[in-house]
Design a binder for this molecule. Structure first.
Ligand code: DON
Length: 580
């Protein structure tokens, strides 16, 4: 199985990147079995979805910063160079490992619903969910959390000042950077909506026409807003002139925000979700992400089988059956833990529950989702972003950042350069009605003032006696199954570059079909799955943008992988004598 996955992964590299990406090779292990564990990594490694962001992180490390400073530099730079994916107007999850204390921390800088929110605001005249209101413009936006997250991390964990950490992003916003193909194609997908607002047009169609590949994209107002954050800390964004302009812009275009919504925004510090899988200690996202709970449930179910000993069709079948069951539970039980006090997390993540679910899985037959108690269809998302960092002190950061769907709500708040998210669509705005990712929800994820919408973003660490792995990806509801396949890939001994290139398959309970990337499975495997009762949804597009880094403590080497589906990503390292 491992061999066939590898072969497919290499084929995929070539296929999706369009250029020949050299086949990753596994270095033969010539390490003595009991070589001592290194206390510190031999340098720093960063994998992100844009080379300028990776370079920004390396720059602050070269200036004496640590992984946390680098995280602020990478996140803020991604917001400038990948506006389709994340930014100062969005929300972020940061998973931190502090080498000094040995502790892990989850910094929840997710957007919140404004105080004046009500579910009725998102309905049309017939009482149906109005997807335009949920996804486009002021009503779609939650109160941004990203800037508060950056300021908090710089202040509490960084070695440098917030000003130093934001300097690369500010310079790139001011001086510009070359527009790349994905920015242009995503813009053309979203431009009908974005053209509704003159302030958005002024940024994205300077000179009256859309940006083209190779143009220099400058965002002077965004540079000024970032500078206000750098100078004033969180207050530079959440109070004063920037806040007043944002509130005015939102309310002038159909929203209902107050200055208090902004000044009242706080990051939440949460205990990460942790559990064991084989020799790995997994550290990942707790609610309001559904990722950690789902991953624990998935891997608890899978842990009883030797996935390396079965044929590919059986492996995919067992993984898909676990996916089906975990996504069903996501639908019903999970939401913002500050609002939903009775989430049955201990039960959902218990081995006993996994044992019970496993009993319902036949070795040779698909379980129709309709036969499981329960819920609705999905679109592929290609936005949001993730980066992974390990530094020379042994700190690590996994961060997934988002404005939700491509270019968020499409609304730039006039005078600030801030492109606002459309994270409100991640709430179950109407019970049982699928959102942009085809996932549904009920009471636990209903919209309420000040509440955070349920997320799938799953920044993750995997720790074994020998290795530290940091990984994550965008992809909407597919994030969790991609991280699952990533964990299984590392467990199979693959390198980060091999893992990020792995072909992907996905099942999310409803729709009741396995979606496949192009060439993800061989024809005979698909035929076996069909014979087991599966419906196959063969997609003609890939999904995800995984960024992973690894510290091998036996060899004391660092390595990284950037998703070959995204040609502008980069793995950067700070020192020589590291494996590429
Ligand atoms: O928080 C979430 O789960 C979504 N807003 C993430 C969106 C996403 O990953 C889009 N990417 N393709």
């Amino acid at each position: 199985m491992r061999k066939s996955l590898l072969t497919a992964a290499v084929a995929m590299c070539v296929l999706v990147a369009g250029t020949a990406v050299s086949a990753p090779t596994v270095a033969p292990a010539v390490v003595p079995a009991r070589s001592p564990l290194a206390a510190h990594p031999p340098g720093a490694v960063i994998a992100s979805a844009h080379a300028l962001a990776t370079d920004a992180g390396l720059r602050v490390i070269a200036e004496g910063g640590n992984a946390f400073d680098a995280a602020v530099a990478v996140a803020s730079t991604l917001g400038v160079v990948e506006p389709e994916s994340s930014g100062i107007g969005g929300g972020d999850f940061f998973l931190l490992h502090d080498a000094r204390t040995g502790k892990d921390l989850f910094v929840d800088a997710r957007e919140t619903a404004p105080a004046a929110v009500s579910a009725a605001q998102y309905l049309d005249a017939n009482g149906h969910l109005d997807h335009d209101k949920a996804l486009d413009g002021a009503l779609a936006a939650g109160i941004p959390g990203a800037p508060a997250g950056w300021a908090w991390i710089a202040e509490h964990y960084g070695k440098l000042s917030l000003r130093q950490d934001l300097a690369p992003a500010i310079a790139i916003a001011r001086d510009g950077f070359p527009v790349y193909a994905r920015m242009v194609s995503e813009y053309s997908e979203r431009s009908t909506v974005m053209r509704r607002w003159p302030a958005t047009l002024a940024v994205y169609e300077p000179g009256g026409k859309p940006l083209a590949v190779g143009d220099t994209f400058k965002q002077p107002e965004l540079a000024a807003t970032l500078q206000a954050l750098a100078d004033g800390g969180a207050d530079g964004f959440y109070r004063g002139e920037v806040a007043s302009k944002i509130v005015a812009a939102v309310n002038a275009t159909g929203g209902h925000w107050t200055l208090a919504d902004l000044s009242g925004y706080r990051v939440k510090l949460r205990e990460p979700m942790t559990f064991a899988y084989h020799q790995w200690h997994i550290v990942t996202a707790p609610p309001p992400s559904s990722g950690g709970v789902a991953l624990a449930e998935l891997l608890n179910i899978l842990s009883a089988w030797d996935l390396r000993a079965v044929d590919t069709a059986t492996r995919v079948h067992l993984i898909v059956e676990a996916m089906r069951r975990a996504y069903r539970d996501r639908t019903f039980y999970l939401g913002d833990p500050d609002f939903v006090r009775d989430m049955p997390i201990a039960r959902l993540t218990s081995q006993a529950y996994a044992d019970q679910l496993r009993k319902g899985i036949a070795m040779d037959k698909a379980t129709p989702s309709s036969s499981l108690p329960g819920v609705a269809p999905a679109k592929v998302g290609a936005h949001t972003t993730h980066f992974s960092i390990i530094d020379a002190q042994g700190n690590y950061v996994a961060a997934t950042l988002t404005v939700n769907t491509t270019y968020g709500s499409g609304l730039v708040a006039a005078g600030t350069g801030v492109l606002l998210n459309n994270e409100m669509d991640d709430f179950a705005l109407q019970a049982g009605v699928p959102n942009a990712y085809g996932v549904t929800g009920y009471d636990a994820n209903k919209v309420e003032p000040g509440k955070r919408p349920l997320s799938s973003m799953s920044p993750t660490f995997m720790i074994s006696p020998d290795k530290v792995v940091v990984l994550g990806t965008p992809g909407g509801s597919r994030i969790i199954t991609m991280v699952l396949l990533g964990i299984l890939g590392f467990d199979d001994g693959l390198t980060p570059q091999q893992v990020v290139a792995l072909p992907r398959f996905h099942h999310q309970y409803l729709p009741d079909s396995i979606s496949l990337e192009p060439h993800a499975l061989a024809a005979d495997v698909i035929a076996k799955l069909v014979a087991m009762g599966y419906r196959i949804d063969q997609r003609n597009k890939t999904w995800g943008n995984m960024q992973a880094v690894e510290w091998n403590r036996r060899r004391n080497t660092l390595s990284g992988g950037t998703d070959p589906r995204n040609p502008v990503g980069k793995v950067g390292m700070q020192r020589m004598n590291l494996t590429p």
